[in-house]
Design a protein. Sequence first.
Length: 81
Amino acid sequence: MEILNKDPSGREKPVAKLGAGEVFGEMSLLGDRPTTATVRALSRTTIMFLGRDYFRRLVTALPPLRQYFEELSKHRRRARV
């Protein structure tokens, strides 16, 4: 899968590739805001969806999981700059 962000002209530009077992959407879920990227499958893909309320419950019950997603989010933000 690839992650796309819009450039200043409004065109989508690939900014990252994801492999098997990777996650996306954590920035939106942690920040409780709309998504800012598009994810596009490049081949046949199976995706597991976890709704915002369930995500909140999960990271509240498992603080190490929340920390994992926060670190992942920080790393991805730094990589985009």
